[in-house]
Design a protein around this ligand. Structure first.
Ligand SMILES: Cc1ncc(C[n+]2csc(CCOP(=O)(O)OP(=O)(O)O)c2C)c(N)n1
Length: 931
């Protein structure tokens, strides 16, 4: 088989194939298995061959050669290398920057000399290697064609996507057409209409609401026809829904001109007296709010669009959008084909280059548990971030260079070429629907005003802004071009503008006015949950346990795991005390049987960091997985559990987004240790805790945060209870520190049975997972519900001291009490810290009438844990004049000491302080406490 043959079957790199083919002929074992079968099939039936497998770079030598080698070899090969170089580096010479001061220089990669060619060669004929229709052409023609394709107003980076199929497909789209948009007259008129709308809306707001922040899109208004075309093309390729994540820039324009939010509503929000009606809470500024709409595309298809609300924190919305999309795909059964729901992320150039969460989000894009089948990224590359220039904000050539790390194709396009922008958008969408990759469009534009409209950009960029101020709006340029091309009559263009301006004026007259009202007094919530029973019939518990403890026939289970499974089944069959892991699995199993889907993700969550979960079993011979919770019944709900990438920020954002779009599902994110959850602090602070109050966006997300002072040092002890408590208010979430397996079981079930759409923060145990005292009886699972406060189970009498605590320290305190025979001491556990059930606590305290002292005991330092949160609350709860005493670690900058010995001393000191009036006896081996 020769090179022409490879050209015939559409191979983009015939030399590469030829080389591999030769290798295979000489020794079939010298090439990859996929290539062996491909060449076999080619030899047998060349005309019916399927697409070739991807080429791994290490396999071949004739990909683009570094400079020295590029100049070696016969002239044909060198010309081939030059053609490949244009495909790979042509973007470096593309004219994509509308405010460039100089035309781009020819890079070394595209110079004749690099390939050992010279001007004399320009008139000589060379093979065109499939670039042109004619097999041979003068070098000059080859180069001119390459320039016209790759160095015009669109630059493209698509070589090295590691998908030869994608590369060949794109090449077939762009090379024969010279990368020119095949747009109809109607499409061009539509583009103008959208440019009209986007630019005129901004200039209208500019004159009517002088100096008000709106983060104008001007300079990049081509975004609007691009988005409109994106929806249309995607719908034609099977998309039904879109979720958009975007920051401030251009958001109002997207709301009105893409999502059809009425101009009246938009203007109303500019009114100084505007107070939102629909959101109970405190709302947010207009360029952060979300919106839902159903719109009709140009091809008259109805599509849904969800614009996610977002905080100021740039790019934080990215993983949230991906999670929302994945949830919608799950609901629509679109997880395999990924065609129906499409994520769109719109970035700023400084933000995409600077924010690490972009990387974390991209890292998830092909992972089984997180993939959404490809995202369309559009960067509004106005070449500035507030006042900072690209040279100071990134080390890479392009703002989009992160795409290279993930082998994603990138289009760089000049915003002053609306046809080109729309064309690449359509290509990007088609690619996403066909190849399920992320695709980036770098919309090279400028920013007409300062960072916001009242900002003076010339303070910092005087020359750039001299240039920008002289620029004609893109709309005017395009309109004049269409008139010149005869696509549009001048009078029609003017009529369209007048019509649109009139519509804006009419809308302005209809805006609502608001009387300034006193802000509503925000009350702390009274306790909300109504204590619905969450127990499950004994027979059902036995039934599900039998199912998830059944080892399938022929499955080679690890012997230790087999023992674990047998032990767990015995807990319900005999019954024996039930431990934490079993309680957790029972909660999931019973919910699944009742029809509630469960999704869990976190680092090493399938097995469980502390080996307590074992939600996945691995066949020890075949390395096949088995998920026992997927085998409960034919009619059970779906159970998904994933080991996440090593990220907190993006993964928590993803699960948060998922939970908002799939409220019927129990969605759990687990930190490896609670300490690491602060890697996701932006998601916690900006989404999990305030989203309902700011945006009316509700989530029932559950966060598992392993917490406990067990001598493992400063980074494996504290999930920062105090931080979560400081975020509580306005009944926004539940912060819970449960201490028994049954409590945990009821808590998880309560979340779904009571349909609580409030985030649930759970401090989960580590050492307690195997603590002999931390067990519950089967009966406790059959009856009852979660108890916010656990009174002393020993029902002590004649109490002198009431000890209040939360979490695992209870077990140390109880053991010490027994050892010291401290009968006049009651231990009360606050299981739910927020919302605090103050009435229940009061009642319990009243029961211990006559007690002398109330003491808060905790293992955390005094500035951490729950003490500083509880202290003022206890002042209100305790009888007048009574103040709770604190016993715990001293105020500290670091969460915990590094030395295990020191940890034990500190723990002993806590016990000593509480128990010193008794004849002090400290039990051996009791969580590090020794006399
Ligand atoms: C995480 C984060 N850090 C800082 C800021 C403050 N800030 C707001 S806009 C902005 C510049 C953004 O530049 P770019 O991404 O290029 O978008 P543009 O405003 O130019 O559209 C900065 C630094 C922020 N909003 N979010």
């Amino acid at each position: 088989m020769d090179r022409d043959k490879f050209l015939d079957i559409g191979c983009a790199n015939p030399l590469v194939y030829e080389e591999l083919y030769d290798k295979w002929r000489r020794d079939p074992q010298s090439v990859e298995a996929s290539w062996r079968s491909y060449f076999n099939s080619l030899d047998q039936q060349p005309s019916q061959s399927t697409s070739p497998p991807p080429i791994l770079e290490k396999e071949v030598s004739v990909v683009f050669q570094p400079r020295k080698e590029a100049a070696a070899g016969p002239p044909d090969v060198r010309v081939y290398n030059l053609i490949q170089a244009y495909r790979q580096f042509g973007h470096l010479m593309a004219n994509v920057n509308p405010i460039a001061l100089h035309p781009p220089q020819e890079p070394r990669e595209l110079q004749l000399e690099t390939y050992g060619l010279s001007k004399q060669d320009l008139s000589r004929p060379f093979p065109t290697f499939g670039l042109l229709k004619e097999p041979m052409a003068p070098l000059l023609k080859i180069i001119n064609d390459l320039k016209s394709i790759y160095c015009n107003k669109i630059g493209v980076e698509y070589i090295e996507t590691h998908s030869l199929e994608l590369e060949s497909w794109l090449q077939r789209q762009i090379e024969p057409t010279h990368f020119k948009a095949p747009l109809t007259i109607e499409q061009k008129q539509m583009i103008l209409q959208q440019l009209n709308k986007s630019e005129l809306l901004e200039s209208f707001l500019h004159t009517k609401y002088v100096g008000q922040k709106r983060f104008s899109i001007e300079g990049g208004e081509t975004l609007i026809p691009m988005l409109s075309s994106l929806l249309d093309t995607a719908a034609n390729f099977g998309a039904e829904e879109f979720v958009i994540g975007m920051a401030h820039r251009g958001r109002l324009n997207v709301l009105s001109n893409i999502m059809n939010k009425s101009y009246v509503d938009i203007f109303t929000e500019f009114d100084e007296s505007y107070i939102p009606e629909s959101i109970e809470g405190s709302g947010d500024v207009k360029y952060h709010k979300g919106y839902n709409a159903e719109v009709e595309t140009a091809s008259k298809k109805k599509v849904k669009i969800d614009l996610s609300p977002n905080p100021s924190h740039l790019e934080a919305v990215d993983p949230v959008v991906e999670g929302m999309v994945r949830a919608k795909q799950t609901i629509l059964n679109d997880e395999e084909s990924h065609k129906k729901v499409v994520p769109i992320l719109i970035h700023g150039d400084a933000a995409i280059a600077g924010q690490g969460v972009v990387y974390e989000t991209l890292q998830m894009y092909k992972l089984e548990g997180y993939s959404t089948g490809g995202t369309i990224h559009i960067v509004i590359n106005n070449q500035i971030g507030f006042t900072t220039l690209p040279k100071d904000s990134r080390s890479t050539l392009y703002d989009t260079d992160i795409a290279k790390g993930f082998s994603c194709p990138v289009f760089h396009v000049n915003a002053e070429d609306p046809d080109g922008c729309v064309y690449v958008t359509n290509l990007a969408v088609e690619m996403r629907q066909k190849f399920h990759c992320d695709v980036f469009i770098d919309l090279c534009c400028y920013r007409k005003y300062g960072h916001n409209e009242s900002d003076e950009p010339a303070f910092t960029q005087p020359i750039e802004y001299q240039l920008i101020r002289k620029k004609k709006p893109i709309r005017d340029l395009y309109r004049d071009e269409l008139i010149q091309q005869g696509v549009l009559e001048k009078y029609m263009a003017e009529a369209l503008e007048t019509e649109f301006k009139n519509a804006l004026n009419v809308a302005l007259k209809s805006i609502k006015t608001f009387e300034t009202k006193e802000p509503k007094e925000e009350k702390e919530p009274v306790h909300k949950f109504n204590g619905k029973p969450t127990g499950v019939a004994k027979e059902e518990i036995e039934e599900v346990a039998t199912r998830f403890c059944t080892i399938p026939e022929g499955f080679h289970i690890h012997p230790k795991l087999e023992h674990f499974v047998i032990e767990h089944l015995a807990m319900v069959q005999e019954p024996k005390p039930i431990d934490w892991g079993m309680a957790e699995t029972l909660a999931y199993a019973t919910l699944l049987i009742e029809g509630t889907p469960v999704r869990i993700s976190g680092q090493d969550s399938c097995r469980g960091t502390f080996s307590h979960r074992h939600a996945v079993w691995m066949d020890q011979i075949q390395e096949k997985t088995y998920f026992p919770l997927k085998h409960l019944s034919e009619t059970q709900a779906r159970f998904d559990i994933y080991n996440s990438p090593l990220s907190e920020y993006a993964v928590l954002g993803f699960e948060y987004g998922y939970s908002t779009s799939y409220p019927e599902s129990l969605v759990i994110w687990e930190a490896q240790f609670g300490d690491f959850s602060n890697g996701a602090q932006v998601v916690i602070d900006q989404f999990v805790s305030p989203s309902e109050q700011k945006w009316g966006q509700r989530s029932g997300l559950v966060m598992f945060l392993p917490h406990g002072y067990e001598g493992q040092g400063p980074e494996h002890s504290s999930a920062r209870i105090e931080r979560y408590l400081s975020l509580c208010g306005h009944d926004n979430m539940q912060v819970v520190n449960p201490t028994t397996p049954a409590q945990f079981f009821h808590l998880l079930r309560r979340q779904m049975v009571e349909k609580i759409l409030k985030p649930l923060i759970v401090f989960t145990p580590k050492g307690l997972l195997r603590h002999p005292a931390c067990v519950s009886n089967l009966n406790e699972f059959v009856q009852g519900s979660f108890k916010e406060i656990l009174d002393d189970p020993k029902d002590p009498k004649n109490i002198k001291k009431v000890v209040l605590c939360s979490g695992r320290i209870y077990y140390d305190l109880d053991a010490m009490r027994t050892k010291n025979n401290a009968k006049d001491l009651a231990i009360v556990r606050i299981e739910e810290l927020y919302p605090l059930h103050t009435e229940q606590l009061k009642e319990i305290l009243e029961k211990y009438e006559g007690y002398k002292e109330c003491i808060w005991v905790q293992e955390e330092p005094s500035n951490m844990g729950a003490w500083e949160y509880m202290r003022p609350l206890l002042r209100e709860i305790l009888p007048k004049g009574k103040e709770a005493r604190y016993i715990g670690r001293h105020r500290s900058a670091s969460t915990a000491v590094g030395s295990h010995a020191l940890h034990k001393k500190e723990s002993a000191a806590i016990m000593h302080e509480l128990f010193q009036p008794y004849e002090l006896r400290i039990p051996e081996n009791q969580s590090g406490i020794k006399s």
